[in-house]
Design a protein around this ligand. Structure first.
Ligand SMILES: Cc1cc2nc3c(=O)[nH]c(=O)nc-3n(C[C@H](O)[C@H](O)[C@H](O)COP(=O)(O)OP(=O)(O)OC[C@H]3O[C@@H](n4cnc5c(N)ncnc54)[C@H](O)[C@@H]3O)c2cc1C
Length: 401
């Protein structure tokens, strides 16, 4: 039987500082199960789905079998009943994104953005109803904040309106880029209360009249994930489906502290995945009667990719530890998202470069990472917005406008 250290070496050979040893045995078992499902069920269909721009729902939902959100193995010795440890969370994103960024992104929309919105914003009854079904993958959820005219400036610019009429709210407006919006069973929609001007969050259930989501066509990044353009025309939501603990953009930021860290983990996984694929490709292919990996110029690039992967994993693991200790700070999440995305962007370009012509075909894995990295660089706060958040913290001067 393999030891824990041997299992980790096999799963993550690029983890040269052995960060994964911080996982518990139960968490590692779940991640091993995830790896089996990825290799047996998802990898065989991923290229075809990426090319066709379709999400592989059937293969993705095999992940339920591993209990990625609710396995008892994740909750052994924990008082917290809704969320597994931050370390497991970091490595789950790492594991998914190291294989494919769309799979990790679809999961972050559901199990990160949507789930955290319900946990942070919902009442106890709403958590029982919504969060239970979301973590069991009985209901798909998402996160509808961004609008056609308001991306980076959404905090001040959010224009979708909510008007209270008795025990109902009437929503009007548009949302853009909302991952999974066309198939979600429940959609948390952020809208501005016309009376007090505050941002509130409403759960719009599938089939509600006036709600329409159309996938944005012709994307070159994250092709498997459908990003919806939503229109809301006099959509009625009962007061019972408003999340009472979302009051103003401050509450949205509380969600972002978690989900921005999640995206730092995704960028970390993509960095590792692109590096591992590049290492494999250059170790197999020969030119001038030598393995490509045996040339000095190629080795310098592989070494740079390894150092990027190690640094990104270090960021992810440390913010996971800080969050587990209750240190939730936007500065940490923004810094990690910014750093890991920069390292990711450099790494996917190097990986593509050393893979030559094969690096622009879907056969090499590298091409998917290369194209998908662009969306990750942009969502959950662009590079500039996270840099401005970090800049404000270190200088004490806000420079957004
Ligand atoms: C694939 C994908 C999935 C997404 N999924 C979701 C989702 O599920 N839910 C959701 O609500 N949103 C989602 N988004 C939206 C995402 O959060 C926004 O795209 C992001 O906030 C940037 O907004 P924007 O695209 O409108 O760019 P813009 O805000 O128009 O920015 C364009 C450029 O200008 C820069 N810029 C803007 N303001 C400043 C400034 N003050 N100083 C310097 N530079 C600046 C930006 O950094 C960027 O480089 C997704 C986006 C993508 C691409």
């Amino acid at each position: 039987m393999s030891t824990k250290a041997e299992i980790i070496r096999e799963l993550y050979p690029e983890d040269v500082f052995h960060y994964a040893e911080k996982l518990t045995d139960g968490e590692l078992e779940v991640l091993q199960h995830v790896r089996q499902i990825i290799e047996n069920d998802i990898r065989p269909v991923v290229t075809d789905h990426w090319e066709r721009g379709k999400f592989p729902f059937e293969a993705f939902y095999k992940l339920k079998e591993a209990g990625i959100m609710n396995s008892p193995k994740l909750f052994e010795g924990r008082d917290e009943k809704w969320k597994a440890s931050e370390m497991y969370n970091a490595f789950l994103y790492y594991e998914l994104a190291r294989f494919d960024a769309s799979i990790a992104t679809f999961y972050t929309v559901h199990g990160g953005l949507g789930y955290n919105t319900i946990l942070i914003g919902g009442s106890e009854e709403q958590k029982q109803e919504f969060a239970t079904k979301v973590r069991n993958f009985e209901w798909q959820t998402c996160f509808a904040l961004t609008e056609p005219d308001h991306g980076s400036d959404i905090a001040g610019g959010l224009a979708t309106t909510a008007e209270r009429k008795g025990d109902k709210w009437i929503l009007n407006g548009e949302k853009r880029w909302i991952g999974g919006a066309d198939t979600a069973d429940i959609v948390p929609v952020f809208a501005r209360d016309v009376e007090d001007g505050k941002i509130k969050c409403f759960i719009v259930r599938k089939g509600t009249p006036g709600y329409n989501a159309v996938p944005i066509p012709n994307k070159i990044s994250l092709r498997m994930v459908q990003n919806g353009h939503i229109t809301l025309e006099n959509v009625e939501v009962p007061e019972a489906d408003r999340l009472p603990n979302i009051n103003g953009f401050r509450s949205v930021n509380e969600i972002f502290i978690h989900t921005r860290a999640d995206v730092a983990h995704i960028a970390n996984g993509v960095t590792a995945g692109a590096f591992v694929a590049a290492l494999r490709n250059t170790s197999e292919r020969e030119q001038f009667d030598r393995k490509l990996a045996g040339f000095q110029l190629v080795q310098e690039k592989l070494a740079r990719m390894q150092s990027n992967a190690t640094a990104a994993l270090g960021y992810s693991v440390r913010i996971a530890e800080l969050m587990e200790n209750g240190e939730y700070e936007m500065f940490n999440s923004s810094l990690a998202k910014m750093h890991n995305s920069l390292r990711m962007r450099e790494t996917v370009a190097l990986a593509r470069e050393v893979t030559g012509g094969n690096g622009i075909t879907l056969e090499s894995d590298v091409a998917r990472f290369f194209a998908d990295a662009e969306a990750i660089y942009t969502y959950e706060g662009t590079h500039e917005i996270n840099a401005l958040l970090v800049g404000r913290e270190i200088t004490g001067i806000g420079a957004f406008v």
